[in-house]
Write a protein that binds this ligand. Structure first.
Ligand SMILES: [Zn+2]
Length: 140
């Protein structure tokens, strides 16, 4: 069993008029050469639906140098209509993301909740102002 120390939040970097289901991301990641397909463990759709990606027991492919000990969670969106980074989460998405994090926190109480940007400042992802503060109540 893997030791999970990080829950890493991402966005799929799509505009409001673009969709990104787990199946679509799986296709994109295979095209990028990820032979195991989707690199995230979960995708949270705009309507609040949570779609499974890679099983939790498998190492993901979502954050350089941090995959072995983390779970990758991706929300659909992250760009505004002009393609600029923006927190585009819908109320349904925020609620589903929080519920998912709550469940993961219960099962991995030692895991810190961070955004991709916190581990790689070169990335705007997940376009959430302050992940640590937003989920302060679910931190170790
Ligand atoms: Zn990311």
């Amino acid at each position: 069993m893997r030791t999970i120390t990080l829950l890493v939040i991402h966005c799929s970097a799509v505009r409001p008029d673009q969709n990104s289901s787990a199946a679509q991301i799986d296709t994109w990641h295979r095209q990028r050469g990820f032979h195991l397909g989707i690199g995230y463990h979960y995708v949270v759709r705009r309507n609040g639906q949570i779609e499974p990606g890679r099983p939790e027991f498998m190492i993901g492919a979502h954050c350089l140098n941090h995959n072995a000990h983390s779970i990758g969670i991706c929300y659909e969106g992250g760009l505004d209509i002009r393609g600029q980074p923006a927190d585009t989460r819908t109320p349904e998405q925020k609620a589903a993301l929080r519920a998912l994090l709550k469940d993961l926190h219960r099962r991995y109480p030692q895991a810190l909740i961070v955004g991709h940007h916190d581990l790689n400042p070169q990335k705007a992802c997940p376009c959430i102002e302050n992940v640590a503060r937003e989920y302060a109540d679910l931190q170790p």
